[in-house]
Design a protein around this ligand. Structure first.
Ligand SMILES: Nc1ncnc2c1ncn2[C@@H]1O[C@H](COP(=O)(O)OP(=O)(O)OP(=O)(O)O)[C@@H](O)[C@H]1O
Ligand SMILES: [Mg+2]
Length: 342
């Protein structure tokens, strides 16, 4: 018997019934033997009868509770419910409540993490928005306060304001991208494409920017040929733009950015290598975090938001592939990511 309480109750009730029955027999027949016999028979039959009635009564209640729990939880179908009701109800309720408790505790934990993430995110975004906005405000007010008549100052201030507007536009675009990627509300549109030709497109679009710093963008020897991969071409384009753009921004003037492809049987490894100042080792494992910058002042000065690499990581991980970085101060930096080979 799994439940001791109904058993005890039934036993007490049976004793009460037996005492009453034997007292009545004793009063009417005045025979001790018959009374003892009646007493024992009453205990045994009373015990089982009460046990049966009590258990049925309690179990029916538990089944009702169990059914209500199930009805509260959406999605449980009738068949599995009927099957479960024929098992031991106490064990079922206990198991169900424990499962439910674990589920809810997990959800609470998740919500706490989300709340911390939300607070950090809002604080970072506010900070990032404030800096260019205050600059634009400053330039406009200075112009309005009289500098407007000086053509030289006029042009310089408007150029600076325009640069900050660009920075805001980039920040909004990056925020949109990261919000979409982190919410998971997108699907990868995978196709087979030649990553070498995609890199060529990206190089063309960034050529002017590279020319300004006299940085050459080129393929490694033997890599100027097609390499077919399977992935979301537009998202991979975003990855390449971020990585090649970083090599131009953080590479050294008159430097070189080399793009290499490696056939790794199941994957194609793409590497972007620059010969810039490099990144100190203690920054390397934090580089892919949102808003993290290794060289804060340089990064802000050239308008980086610190979101690029976290976007890149999201995209590559959404492909179930990996991204890594290696760097040596004074020598340069290499970012590498894999994609499925086709
Ligand atoms: N090739 C590189 N060489 C040296 N430092 C780099 C390189 N790439 C990235 N970094 C460092 O990593 C930081 C994060 O890069 P990330 O691309 O995420 O941001 P960002 O370039 O500053 O801004 P965004 O890409 O959002 O415009 C940069 O601020 C920079 O300090
Ligand atoms: Mg970047």
């Amino acid at each position: 018997m799994k439940n001791p309480k109904p058993t005890l109750l039934a036993f007490i009730s049976a004793i009460v019934v037996a005492i009453v029955a034997s007292l009545l027999t004793f009063i009417f027949s005045s025979e001790a033997k018959i009374s003892i016999l009646v007493f024992l028979t009453s205990i045994i039959s009373g015990y089982f009868t009460f046990l049966y009635i009590l258990q049925n009564f309690i179990y029916r209640k538990i089944k009702l509770v169990y059914k209500s729990i199930h009805q509260l939880k959406a999605g449980s179908d009738e068949i599995s419910l009927k099957q479960k009701l024929s098992d031991d109800p106490l064990e079922m309720v206990n198991k169900e409540v424990l499962e439910w408790e674990n589920e809810k505790l997990g959800e609470i934990e998740q919500l706490k993490k989300l709340e911390i993430y939300r607070k950090e995110f809002v604080a970072n975004v506010t900070h990032e928005l404030k800096t260019p906005l205050f600059s634009i405000q400053g330039y406009i007010h200075t112009l309005l306060d009289g500098a407007l008549h000086d053509e030289e100052v006029n042009k310089m201030f408007l150029e600076k304001a325009a640069r900050n507007v660009d920075r805001l536009t980039n920040l909004i675009a990056d925020l949109e991208a990261i919000t979409q990627l982190e919410s998971g509300s997108y699907t990868l549109e995978k196709e087979v494409f030649d990553i070498h030709s995609l890199v060529k497109d990206v190089i063309e679009s960034l050529e002017m920017k590279a020319d300004k710093r006299r940085i050459s963008l080129a393929f490694k020897k033997g890599c100027d040929k097609p390499f077919y991969v399977f992935g979301d071409k537009d998202k991979v384009r975003q990855v390449l733009i971020n990585l090649i753009d970083n090599s131009i921004k953080y590479g050294k003037e008159n430097g070189n950015t080399i793009i290499s492809f490696y056939d790794m049987d199941e994957n194609i490894l793409t590497e972007i290598t620059d010969d810039g100042n490099g990144i100190e080792e203690h920054h390397l494992n934090r580089l892919f975090e949102r808003f993290y910058r290794a060289d804060k002042s340089r990064s802000r000065e050239i308008g980086g938001t610190g979101l690029g690499l976290s976007i890149v990581k999201h995209i590559i991980e959404a492909h179930d592939k990996t991204i890594n970085v290696r760097s040596r101060v004074g020598v340069g930096t290499t970012f590498g990511f894999t994609l499925e080979k086709k």
